[in-house]
Design a protein around this ligand. Structure first.
Ligand code: 13P
Length: 248
């Protein structure tokens, strides 16, 4: 089965609304590639201006987080309905920065995933190990646990539409990319985990991205691997390099 590649930018806490519109304009001629799903996951306050700036283009709109309740007294949070109404299609959940700095647990991520699926979003579920975990040889055990908890209560049909982003924490923003073999090994392992949880068809359909210092130079090799279906890009998403990644 051939899976459509997905290249998503995670802008993190960068770009004011006016800067965001400027960036969309700069990238517009560089990111046209009908063979790839291109997504900008942007800070909440940039969602509306970016939606307007990408209107009519091939770029899809994404958010960086969501809360798992429908509405109510959750100061500072954003509900699925708010994102839907604003035109968001993709939502990143479980990023290691959210887990590390804001204490998100696997259980929170499971609730968020179920809620996003209920509302018809395309979730991007992040997972990944720390350097310590890699060095102690428990990478795949750790990631299997993250995936198994995140997908509790998710049906096979729903799982097919989920994107999983494998992001080794030690490779994020460090310039230290996982080797192609390391990235492929884990992405393949994730596909096997999905096969074990569901079936061959679900494992063949689900898209798995690599993220962590992916850039214009190393993207071609990573994206050529059989189990790497795209990239979740941080730093390079804020530069014309993003266009190079989309084209490669
Ligand atoms: P960098 O590409 O800056 O390493 O960030 C990766 C990432 O965290 C994307 O979600």
């Amino acid at each position: 089965m051939s899976r459509k590649k997905i290249i998503a930018g995670n802008w993190k806490m960068n770009k004011t609304p006016s800067e965001a519109v400027e960036l969309v304009k700069t990238l517009a001629p560089l990111v046209q590639n009908p063979e790839v799903d291109v997504v900008y996951c942007v800070p909440a306050i940039d969602i509306i201006p970016v939606r307007d700036a990408i209107a009519g283009s091939n770029v899809h709109l994404g958010a960086e987080n969501v809360y798992f309740e429908e509405s109510g007294a959750f100061t500072g949070e954003i509900s699925p309905a708010m994102l839907k109404d604003a035109g968001v299609e993709y939502v990143i959940i479980g990023h290691s920065e959210r887990r590390g700095y804001f204490g998100e647990t696997d259980q929170d991520i499971n609730k968020k995933l179920l809620k996003l699926l209920e509302h018809g979003f395309n979730p991007i579920v992040c997972c990944g190990e720390s350097l310590e975990q890699r060095e102690s040889g428990i990478t795949m055990d750790w990631i299997n646990m993250q995936i198994k908890i995140a997908f509790q209560g998710v049906t096979a049909d729903q799982a097919k539409g989920v994107v999983i982003a494998y992001e080794p924490i030690w490779a994020i923003g460090t310039g230290k990319t996982a080797t192609t073999a390391q990235a492929e090994e884990v992405c393949k392992g994730i596909r096997e985990t999905i096969c074990g949880l569901y079936d061959e068809a679900t494992a063949a359909a689900i898209r798995i991205q690599y993220g962590g210092s992916m850039n214009a130079k190393n993207c071609a090799e990573l994206l050529a691997e059989p189990d790497i279906d795209g990239g979740l890009i941080g730093g390079a998403a804020l530069k014309p390099d993003f266009g190079t990644i989309v084209k490669c």
